[in-house]
Design a protein around this ligand. Structure first.
Ligand code: BTN
Length: 325
């Protein structure tokens, strides 16, 4: 978006009613014809703007787009969202963010896309990413932690997603180990973190976050392994993608600041409170060893799942599928 068009939007929002062409032309330092051109560009981008010769212009509605200008006005962050990059179409926001990070992008850079045509899920799976409906977002972080501590950031992003969903929809999401966010047992968000590291330190981490916001039932692929849903299907209301993104980035920023200052304990506590297995019996299957049945006993600082077996021993589980019994 042109900087002048973004400034016009700011005026509309500050003033809340009509803004005269003359005032805009004065404030922006451009001719009234130029103002009119920027208004036309805003309209072409989906903004509904009223125009009356005697009163000026008025913003009636904004489109559901992820433009940086739409997100940044709602941000209240110290680190996350310092730079916002929005793409119409990309293979994967994680791949794009990874490249930017290698080129030196500042910590807190956020890449969003309207659509991904090679959205990446965990374990090499595809993340279905139709245009205009959901949030596909990748955040570049440069924490001074050891590579083995990096999974802690995936838990942190799961907590941030859960908080944002709670605020936007009043729904009560649960987290399923390792990091699926569920509503009523169905997956609504997934996280895929990637990192670049040396043996003793991290260059950067990419927090990849996909949230099914306004997707409708017919947009889900037919061959899903686990039940999935969207917040629109569950809550019955569509949420503005920029608004949700800002809520999420605000929560991420708060949690990340706490993590840098005080470590993983707070995130771990909240993650455990929100975990669907809290205080329950679980069955863990993986393809390498026999199933493990026992009581959920939390996660450790490496992000491993802890299960207390009937004989009292604690099993540390690094991968597998957890079913709550
Ligand atoms: C999962 O399998 O649960 C993880 C899904 C992660 C999807 C998000 S969408 C934004 C980012 N870009 C990607 O290609 N993947 C992540």
């Amino acid at each position: 978006m042109h900087q002048k068009a973004a400034t016009i939007l700011q005026f509309f929002r500050q003033q809340g009613g009509f803004v005269s062409g003359e005032q805009l032309s004065r404030e922006l330092g451009v001719s009234r014809t130029a103002v009119w051109k920027h208004i036309s560009a805003l309209r072409a981008a989906g903004y509904q703007v009223d125009a009356y010769p005697s009163r000026g212009y008025r913003l009636l509605s904004s489109p559901d787009i992820l433009a940086a200008e739409e997100i940044s006005v709602q941000l209240d962050t110290a680190i996350i969202g310092k730079r916002l990059v929005n793409l119409a179409l990309t293979a994967s926001t994680n791949t794009h963010a990874f490249r930017l990070a290698e080129e030196g992008a500042v910590e807190g850079t956020v890449v969003t896309a309207d659509e991904q045509n090679k959205g990446k899920g965990r374990l090499g799976r595809i993340w279905s990413s139709p245009p205009g409906a959901n949030l596909y977002c990748s955040v570049i972080l440069r924490p001074q932690i050891k590579p083995f501590e990096a999974p802690q950031l995936t838990f942190l992003s799961a907590v941030a997603v859960a908080r944002a969903i709670e605020q936007a929809f009043g729904l009560k999401p649960e987290i399923k180990w390792p990091n699926d966010v569920l509503i009523d047992g169905k997956k609504v968000a997934g996280l895929l973190n990637e990192m670049s590291a040396e043996t003793d330190g991290i260059n950067f981490v990419i927090l990849g976050i996909g949230v099914n916001l306004n997707m409708t039932a017919d947009q889900f692929p037919g061959d899903l392994r686990h039940p999935a849903t969207s917040l629109y299907i569950e809550g019955g209301v569509k949420v503005g993608r920029a608004r949700f993104t800002a809520l999420l980035l605000n929560e991420l920023d708060r949690l990340y600041a706490g993590f840098l200052d005080h470590g993983f304990a707070q995130v771990r506590r909240e993650w455990q409170e929100r975990c669907n297995a809290g205080g329950r019996e679980v069955l863990v299957s993986n393809y390498l060893s026999a199933d493990i049945r026992g009581q959920f006993a939390g996660i450790d600082s490496d992000g491993a799942l802890l299960v207390q077996c009937p004989d009292g021993t604690i099993e540390r589980i690094l991968s597998g599928d957890v079913r709550v019994l």
